[in-house]
Design a protein around this ligand. Structure first.
Ligand code: SF4
Length: 241
C-alpha cells in the first residue's frame, strides 16, 4: 500500500510546483485527551526527519501508521487510505535520490483549516492539526487546499476501527501525529517504528522547549520545511534535504 512520489528537490523546497499530488457511533468523541490538562500553546509538537538516515527500501514508518490506525488497502491504490507516504526526490544535476516520509505537516497556518466550511479542520493549541469527523461534511476542500497532499478521503466502509481514532466513510482524514499517544506521554507510532528499525531517522518532541532533543538538533543542524515559501510554517522539518 506504499505510495511513492517522484518530485524534484527544487520543487519540493520552494519552487513553483505544489505537491500534486460518516458515519460514527453516536456519542463517540474524537481525539479526546486522556489527560485532564488542556493542550497548551506553550508546547509545539513537531518532527525532525533526518533524510540521510532514511532508506528508500524501508517502509517501517508507513506500515506502523497503517497498523496503528487500521488503514487497509482496498486494492485500489489511488484511493487507498495512507497517512504517511514515502517520497523520492532526485537532484537533476547530480542524479542523487533521497527518500523520506511525508505526512500532514501540522502547519502553524494550515490552509486546510482556513478553507473548512464547518470548522471540522482545526489546529490544536499545541500545534497538532486534526479533523473533527462529527462535523466534517466530506466537501474535500481541505484536500484541495493542502499543499502537501496530506489529506485522504474515506471512500470505503471502514473496518478494524481503533477506539482511539474512529474513522468514517465520507470524511477526510490525515496524520494526527498520533495525538492519542502524545496525550499519554508516548511517541508517535512512526517514530517508534523507525527507531526499532535501527535507523532512528525521526525525532519527535517539543519545538518550543529549548532543552528538548528536537529543539537542540534544530538549532544545531541545517533543516528545512517543505515549501517554506508558502509560509504555512510546518511543524515537520527535514534534515539533509
Ligand atoms: Fe492542513 Fe495539509 Fe498543513 Fe496538514 S499539511 S496542516 S492537512 S494544510
Amino acid at each position: 500500500m506504499s505510495e511513492s512520489f517522484e518530485v524534484s528537490r527544487r520543487a519540493l523546497l520552494g519552487g513553483a510546483v505544489a505537491f500534486t499530488a460518516a458515519t460514527l457511533a453516536p456519542g463517540v468523541v474524537l481525539y479526546a485527551r486522556s489527560s485532564d490538562e488542556p493542550a497548551t500553546g506553550a508546547v509545539r509538537w513537531g518532527l525532525l526527519i533526518d533524510v540521510n538516515q532514511c532508506k528508500g527500501d524501508c517502509n517501517a514508518c508507513v506500515e506502523a501508521c497503517n497498523t496503528e490506525f487500521g488503514l487497509v488497502s482496498h486494492g485500489r491504490p489511488d484511493t487507498d487510505p495512507q497517512w504517511v507516504r514515502k517520497v523520492t526526490v532526485t537532484d537533476p544535476e547530480t542524479g542523487v535520490s533521497q527518500s523520506f516520509p511525508v505526512m500532514c505537516q501540522h502547519c502553524a497556518h494550515p490552509p486546510c483549516a482556513d478553507v473548512c466550511p464547518t470548522g471540522a479542520s482545526f489546529r490544536r493549541a499545541d500545534g497538532i492539526v486534526l479533523i473533527n469527523r462529527h462535523i466534517c461534511v466530506g466537501c474535500r476542500y481541505c484536500e484541495m487546499a493542502c499543499p502537501y497532499k496530506a489529506r485522504n478521503f474515506v471512500h470505503e466502509n471502514v473496518t478494524d476501527q481503533k477506539p482511539y481514532a474512529p474513522r468514517g466513510k465520507g470524511t477526510s482524514e490525515a496524520c494526527t501525529m498520533c495525538v492519542h499517544r502524545i496525550d499519554e506521554g508516548r511517541i508517535p507510532a512512526c517514530v517508534e517504528a523507525c527507531a526499532a528499525s535501527g535507523r532512528a531517522a525521526m525525532l519527535f518532541g517539543d519545538l518550543n522547549d529549548p532543552n528538548s532533543d528536537i529543539a537542540k538538533r534544530v538549532a544545531a543542524v541545517n533543516s528545512a520545511q517543505i515549501r517554506a515559501d508558502l509560509r504555512t510554517d510546518p511543524g515537520v522539518r527535514y534534515q539533509g534535504l
